[in-house]
Structure formats: structure tokens, C-alpha cells
Design a protein. Structure first.
Length: 277
């Protein structure tokens, strides 16, 4: 069988077609990530993809790297173990709304505060897609879901603000309607020496779209475009023009000691210190 070229070489083509619905943005997020990996020429045998449970988590089965499909909410914990065991690996987490901000929220904030060198790509479609369209911690206020047929009462997490507050050293948000910009952020995140999180705003026409009067991917992408504004533009606009907008861009990019390097240095120092028992 002839080997695929381009980003096709990173795919397990025998697993295709995917289970993702027509118009789902997961493929766009994965495509941007694969192009970023290809740009940096990361060796396939040095890349580890970790996912939990959910629609986006299926990506680990379709991609030809070292992959873990783990338990719900725990991909960051598994990724932490992999990175500590072998710091030379490029450890990436592909995770959804609940995996990261509900059952997995605690793992997210502690990986961020430690500044462990894993990269977290959150597929943010604002809903639980695999289990029937329930509200997630990322469902926008007043939007409909199967568990909120009259509109969501809750205020969603802002992934970027949460990541910054927890100590993440690279924090960004992109959207599938602008895949080139999303790819550029992913490339920067993969270069970053420390914990990086990218909030990847994506579309779910089957549940979120259908229940919020957007029945096609094209309508959802247009909705994204109309609601999205770049961080650079916000500086010159009044507060009312920015209210309720999805702000995209790089919110933080700074250098701090990376956790696995600190950890291994500590182990070496502790092991040589004979005064410790």
C-alpha cells in the first residue's frame, strides 16, 4: 500500500470514515493541528496524543502517533504521567467541554499551575455532543440544549481566563471559521516550553446548531464570524462593542521554569544528597 503524503501520513486511513457528523468542526481542528505538526516536522514516534471521552476524543483513534484513549476527564492526568516519564516526548491532549472543564477541571488547573510541558487543545463546541446535546460548562448563557430547552441559565467558563488564573504560560483562543489563524496559534503552542492551552471554538450542527436555529455548518461558521473579534481590535473599541463577543488571539505567552525539568533536577539533587533519609 502506497504511503500517504502531506498530512495524510499522520492518519490511520483504515479507520476512516470517522464517526463525526457532517459539518462537525472536529476535522477542521484536527487538520489545523496536523498542519502545525507538519510545519515543525515533529517526528511521529516522538508525538503522544492523549484523549478522554467525547466526540473530539475519537481523534486519537484516527491519528497515527503514539495514542492513548483514556477515561472521561482524565486525559491531562495520563498526559502528565507520560511527560514526567519521558520529558523528550511531545505530549498533546485533545479534549472536549466536559473532559476539560467538568469532570476534568481539577486536572486542568493543576497542570496549568505546575507549568508542565503538555499542550491542551480544547474542542469547544459549547455542548455535550456524544451523549445527546446536554449543557456543558462551556454552553453560552441563554443558548438551548436538551437539558435547557428554554435556555441555559448558567454563565460558561472562559477557558482563557481560567487558564491564565491557574498559571498557564501559553493561553490562546482560535476558531474554526479562521483555520489559518488557529493553525498559527497551534504552531506557537507546540514550540512553547511549558503548559499551553488553546480554546478551539468549533461547531456542532447536529445538536448545538439544530437546537439554536442553525441547522448547517455554514450557518454556524457565519455565527462564529459575527460573534468573534480579535484581541487586537478590542483595544480600540468601546466596552459595549466588545460585550458578548468571542475574543480570539494569544492572551499570554511567557517563560517560566517547566515542571518536568524542575522535577528531574530535584530528583538528581535529592538522590545525591546523603544527608536526606
Amino acid at each position: 500500500m502506497k504511503r500517504s503524503t502531506g498530512i495524510g501520513k499522520y492518519m490511520r486511513l483504515d479507520r476512516f470514515p470517522t464517526i463525526w457528523c457532517a459539518g462537525c468542526g472536529n476535522g477542521q481542528v484536527v487538520g489545523a493541528l496536523l498542519r502545525a505538526i507538519d510545519t515543525l516536522e515533529l517526528p511521529q514516534d516522538k508525538v503522544v496524543l492523549v484523549s478522554g471521552i467525547g466526540c473530539s476524543a475519537r481523534a486519537s483513534g484516527y491519528l497515527d502517533f503514539n495514542t492513548f484513549h483514556t477515561t472521561h476527564g482524565r486525559p491531562v492526568a495520563f498526559a502528565t504521567g507520560v511527560k514526567l516519564a519521558n520529558p523528550d516526548l511531545h505530549v498533546l491532549v485533545l479534549s472536549g467541554d466536559g473532559d476539560t472543564t467538568a469532570i476534568g477541571g481539577n486536572h486542568f488547573i493543576h497542570a496549568a499551575r505546575r507549568n508542565i510541558g503538555i499542550k491542551l487543545f480544547i474542542f469547544n463546541n459549547g455542548i455535550y455532543g456524544m451523549t445527546g446535546g446536554q449543557c456543558s460548562p462551556l454552553t453560552a448563557h441563554a443558548c438551548n440544549a436538551t437539558t435547557a430547552p428554554n435556555g441555559n441559565m448558567d454563565t460558561p467558563f472562559d477557558i482563557c481566563e481560567l487558564g491564565k488564573a491557574a498559571g498557564a504560560t501559553y493561553v490562546a483562543r482560535g476558531a474554526t471559521y479562521s483555520p489559518v489563524r488557529l493553525e498559527a496559534m497551534m504552531t506557537d503552542a507546540l514550540r512553547h516550553d511549558g503548559f499551553a492551552v488553546i480554546d478551539c471554538v468549533t461547531q456542532c450542527p447536529t445538536y448545538f446548531g439544530r437546537m439554536n436555529k442553525m441547522s448547517s455548518a455554514a450557518e454556524m461558521l457565519q455565527w462564529q464570524k459575527e460573534r468573534t473579534i480579535t484581541l487586537e481590535r478590542t483595544a480600540s473599541l468601546p466596552a459595549h462593542a466588545v460585550k458578548d463577543k468571542i475574543i480570539t488571539g494569544v492572551f499570554r505567552s511567557e517563560r517560566k521554569p517547566e515542571y518536568t525539568a524542575l522535577y528531574h533536577n530535584f530528583r538528581q539533587q535529592f538522590g545525591k544528597d546523603k544527608d536526606h533519609v
